[in-house]
Design a protein around this ligand. Sequence first.
Ligand SMILES: CC(=O)N[C@H]1[C@@H](OP(=O)(O)O)O[C@H](CO)[C@@H](O)[C@@H]1O
Ligand SMILES: [Mg+2]
Length: 564
Amino acid sequence: MAANQEQEQEQRRRLLDVASRFPLPSGCRFSYGTAGFRAYGATMAPAVCRAGILAALRSVKLAGAAVGIVITASHNPVGDNGVKIADPDGGMMAQHWEPFADALANAPDPDALLQLVLQFVKNEGIPLGGHHTAQVLLGRDTRPTGEYLLDAALQGINAIVGAHAIDLGILTTPQLHWMVRSKNKGIKASESDYFTQLIDSFRRMLELVPKDKSGDELAKKLIVDGANGIGGVKLEQIKAKLSGIDINVRNSGKEGEGILNHMCGADFVQKERVTPHGFSPEDVGVRCASLDGDADRLVYFRVSSPSDNKVDLVDGDKILSLFALFIREQLDIINNNGSQVNKSLSARLGIVQTAYANGASTQFLKNLGLEVVFTPTGVKYLHKKALEYDIGIYFEANGHGTIVFSEDFLSQLESLINDHSSEAANGSAQYHAAMRLMAASQLINQAVGDALSGSLLVEAILQYKGWSFQNWCELYCDLPSRQLKVKVIDRSSIVTTDAETKVSQPSNLQELIDKETANYTHGRCFVRPSGTEDVVRVYAEASMQVEADSLARSVAQHVEHLLG
Ligand SMILES: CC(=O)N[C@H]1[C@@H](OP(=O)(O)O)O[C@H](CO)[C@@H](O)[C@@H]1O
Ligand SMILES: [Mg+2]
């Protein structure tokens, strides 16, 4: 038999073999959804194994570039688990592969799986069975089912001839995305390189804080709620090396401290607006940050008073607003400063939000004269949109977000910094502003939202501005809002348009929503099927809390009535 034919046979055999090792339980249906497959951890092995096959195929297709797999269920309960795939640029897997991901995960038997793969590789022109290579980097969070699912992923990857899996152990989701991106850029990509980049660029940011702004001890104090997940573990590892900030980690994931995401973490704090487990009245007034279970979400809060457990919340929208103010300020300094180096920077700055962004934040950003655009829910949409700008800043209200800088902008910035190399110019405000933007671009994780690097950027900006938590809170006042979930028979019967702000099907639902909304001052309401849970989500906003509550309730009733 010719060598090629032999390889092809071997490839078929391996696929049939691995599929029979991970049969799909009957009645099981996976959907790639907003952010990968997610379900009860013990049931996830077939989907994770198939995600391994898919990641290896994606790497073959992209000429052996590294692709990533993260095993995590983020903010969901500890018993859940899931899998997300990172593309070679460190972003989410290209959306046009999602239908194949769905079909592969749900292939009912080994033969169906084999046929599906063979058809797909033919359509996509993937040179399967030839002399190709593929590499897949794997990370997982701290969940008890992580190791078991990692093994399923490894078996899936190894089912593709020529594929090579690299297990990077327990990592935050953003670390894995950063490593994939760095590896494909040909730069140092280990965990210690990631830490060094964070520590060094944070130090550089603080060195650029004007001397008159350096605040008191409270300004440097930060308590971090690690959600008993991997973010707390990693922060403990580096906090002593972060100078200029005093970090205390609670819910750090240490044995006995608590259960992952249970009564703690970014999702809990943002939704419940109460102090997470491990915080007490003694913490009143101190700036606190909360991460989710895989550390790709970040929100800030402050314990409001010693007598109740309420918090003042700073959500993703306000983190976005702080970042936008900072970036804009540096661009203004560069472009309006009469410096010896007569050079300006042309930069298109874009702000990306979803319909869940509080209306007050959008108004605030627009009042600053910024370009604000909307995408559907999910980092995969926001990130892609942000890449269209020289500097794109995006956040979901729940704390997923980051800043992306175009290569062209960064090289303009670098040349500006080089032009300032003479000593006299080094002292100029323009030079400092350019250096701040450069340090920020190195501190922030440009692959994906990262609670660790995001919180360090927040801390550096607050120190730069000499701002307290209160100053930050007062940027604008959130409009009262309410989110509800409605269980329906088939949530996919709701179809939305205009970045999910309008319903196109069922045909009369939008009219009903409009009618309800018209009854309220500053009323805004939309519904959409969740991409991670079997529910329809209702969001309402109005000038008073009771109004937002009642608008959400009446629209939820319409949804229930129409969809059962
Ligand atoms: C309203 C909301 O918070 N939706 C979340 C949630 O998506 P849904 O499609 O709404 O279930 O999970 C996504 C993944 O974590 C996150 O990106 C998104 O923001
Ligand atoms: Mg997460």
